[in-house]
Write a protein that binds this ligand. Structure first.
Ligand SMILES: Cc1cn([C@H]2C[C@H](O)[C@@H](COP(=O)(O)OP(=O)(O)O[C@H]3O[C@H](C)C(=O)[C@H](O)[C@H]3O)O2)c(=O)[nH]c1=O
Length: 181
């Protein structure tokens, strides 16, 4: 598996080996032993999520508060997304910095995001199915979020603003300087 560190401490791009033959391909999308070797930590994932979205959908920027914070391992089953992780760890040298990574069925890249980050993505293909592992359970009461277009971060979502589709909940998210922390 190819492991690439990102500029955000603890955030990695993983590329598992793909075994292709005349029938198609096989890949181990998750192997706990290899994952631990890759990031140097034992992460106990407890929940797998999968969401389907059409072109232009933005699901962002989300996190869970406090003890309910989630580390995530994100991959794309089909389609293409621009996946964004924002470092909200107050003690981090990359606090309030973010990265964007293209994850797709074609590139089979995965993004690992530690606890303490906000996460979101925009769909760049006609549709996309996104799968992600979480190391903590969903806890509705602990949901937090930041406006996808918070000028403090000025995130490039790759599409014209009038192409973007957000939930009413996400449209109402506050900017970071007023969000729950
Ligand atoms: C996240 C989640 C949601 N739900 C229920 C709650 C709602 O009734 C429904 C849709 O939830 P929501 O609109 O919050 O889904 P997204 O906007 O895709 O939220 C996710 O978007 C970004 C990309 C994330 O990284 C988070 O996992 C999560 O915040 O699924 C559950 O039952 N379990 C869950 O783990």
């Amino acid at each position: 598996m190819k492991v690439t560190e990102t500029k955000l401490a603890g955030c990695y791009i993983l590329e598992p080996e793909i075994f292709e033959d005349e029938r198609g391909y096989l890949t181990e999308v998750f192997n706990a032993r290899r994952f631990k070797q890759a990031i140097g930590k034992d992460i106990d994932f407890v929940q797998d999520n999968q969401s389907f979205s059409q072109y232009g959908v933005v699901r962002a920027l989300h996190f869970q508060l406090g003890d309910h914070a989630q580390a995530k391992l994100i991959r794309v089953l089909h389609g293409i997304i621009w996946d964004v992780a924002v470092d909200l760890r107050g003690d981090s040298p990359t606090y309030k910095q973010y990265i964007g990574v293209k994850l797709s069925y074609e590139n089979k890249k995965q993004l690992f995001i530690p606890r303490g980050f906000a996460h979101g993505f925009v769909v760049l293909s006609a549709t996309a199915e996104v799968c992600y592992k979480c190391d903590n359970y969903y806890h509705k009461e602990a949901e937090g979020g930041i406006a996808y277009n918070d000028p403090d971060f000025d995130i490039d979502w790759k599409l014209p603003a009038d192409s973007l589709i957000l939930s009413e909940k996400d449209k109402a998210l506050p900017n970071f300087d007023t969000a729950k922390s």
